[in-house]
Design a protein around this ligand. Sequence first.
Ligand code: ZN
Length: 746
Amino acid sequence: MRKLLPSLLLLLNCAAITTSLAGETDILGYDAAGSAAQRALEHRLDMTIDAQEMSEWLKVMSATPHHAGSAASKANAEFIAGLLESWGYQVEIAEYEILLPTPRVREVELVAPGTFTASLREDSLAEDPSTSRREHLLPPYNAFSIDGEVEAELVYVNYGIPEDYEILERNGIDISGKIAIARYGKSWRGIKPKLAGENGAIGTIIYSDPADDGYGAGDVYPQGPFKNESGVQRGSVMDMPTYPGDVLTPGRGATKKAKRLKLKDAPTITKIPVLPISYRDALPLLSALGGEVVPEEWRGGLPITYHFGPGPARVRLKAEFDWNMVTAYNVIARLEGSQYPGEWVIRGNHHDGWNHGAADPLSGQVVMLAEAKAVAVLAKSGQRPLRTIIYAAWDAEEPGLIGSTEWAEHHADELKKHAVAYLNTDGNSRGFIDIGGSHVLERFFNQIIEEVDDPRSGLSLKERRRAYDLIYAETDKLKAEARNRDDLRIYPMGSGSDYTPFLQHLGIASANLSFWGEADDGSYHTLYDTYEHFTKWLDPGLKYGATLARVTGRAALRLANAPRLPFEFKGLADNVTFYVDELEELSATMRDETEKTRQLIEDGTYAAALDPDRTLGPPAEEPAVPYFNFAPLRNATDRLEVAAEQYDAATANNTVASEEINQLLYTSERLLTRDAGLQGRPWYKHFLYAPGFYTGYGVKTIPGVREAIEQREYARVDPQIEIAAEVLNRMAERIERLTTMINSKR
Ligand SMILES: [Zn+2]
């Protein structure tokens, strides 16, 4: 720590300078007088945000389990609606009829050698009274697993991600007809049964290894925040990278009368049964595995030697569900804009949880409520936002972003016309500000985090995050950049929360915000995600919750009041160029690696180096990677960069605007989408950001091109480059048009 001191002092100095400068800089889209008025408004916003009140709401809403379809979920929706109504919002509860399976039979049994029956139950703890409130508690299960009963030899597949299957293949292990046991982590959970099924497995068990978020990582609950031996992560395994939302109504709102697929035709339900288990239940299964010892990276934290199998462990797995239709209750609260009621700033956070859901989602829900209350107080005192603000508390996010997706699909035409931006939060924690989103908003958010202070260090959120990036960023390039680039990059979004239908289906500029990085936590989607756990280990006193409300409140109000919408394109152009660089590097590296591997196989090096008494063989020989033509993308990014520079020059020191200019600004994100959507998954229409088809939540930027390269579908690469270039050229053309309009009015 001592070594870091000089640079930290330097940062403190920088922070002081940045903050005082920031006070004088105009807010993007505002002139000097407008900036001063807006900052005065934000000062009053801060005064209304009350961490104590947020903590009380959190306690009320997390008192009992409140999963979608439960009475408690409906009660929470009504509680939220009541608050919003009392503050003066026009509130409606938008209902959708959705398919939501809940478990009827869950059985996991070792049938040989020896026998063992998994308990599939989490322990109540005397130290945490919430864990004894188990009425309506959903037991551990994976939603949208298909029904089934299977018995077969067990195979350990590590995290069950594509590179793990390469290792299995090199060891000659075929998982067809077997049951795969995978550990949680490294991918979104739904990828594990998807890949296991594609590789021929007939069932999947997912467990939490103690090395990842149990005793191998730190003290377990209640002594510490990590997962104890009975904790099980629940969660959806619906094939969300194909489409999220109600499985029966892709692309349309799940209203009562909506046309529905038959259950047997729903493509996003898993092909094989899946159940999640604790490490206490996993131990007898894994210790009964034989076969070769796994490589070092595959070993977890259980006190056993990890083997691949298959067998001699034989396991029976049975999962049956009630495939019920339930009602999802979205709370939609509207504050009509005083000048531009047809321009909507939408702000959302889900309210359903798997269990008590204190961290996920209620820690974010109370951020949104605190912000909504503060905005309403300002409106009542005569400071009504110019544009309409819509606060949305979504239901049924956990089983598959269902409430938000159905609402977005149901109102798709209006939203494409009216939505200025969508701002999302979900569970919050503490530490460093973390912002993902559309890069047209990168500068906008950088300005905000320069002006809000970290609640403990007193540094601005931006300087604190910059310090983190300087020390911990993944690559040297990113570390260097943290010092030299004015704006911190916001990360590109894949999936994992309610922004997905707005961004990737409708092309609405979106963002997702939270604090993260300093709280350890193994409670995610377990019985232990309680008020007690959250307020002790994640955000005591909700200091970071209140800070997040100041950030999101500024974002909503600045978007709602800006004379000219604060979209900016230099950040976009720079990030897009960064992704194109990555794609060229990726294809060059893959070409070199493929060639190197081919040589080592063909000249006998692998055969000479590998131990003939062990199962590990050489990697598979892949076809050579051809050269691709990146020129169309390079030309498009050049044009985008020039257009962004010119827009920047045209907009400096003026707030020239009109309804037409603002409309052209906020619909610019739509140009990054195409109606036909991505290949094989037309629901996803954004050509810059998508969740990975084989990573789930993890983002793939310029996904058409990137996934064609990664999946070695070489013939698709050049056509996908043409499509991505066309999309970027349309964006550049829009920016050029805006510049011309603004210059003509100056
Ligand atoms: Zn959540």
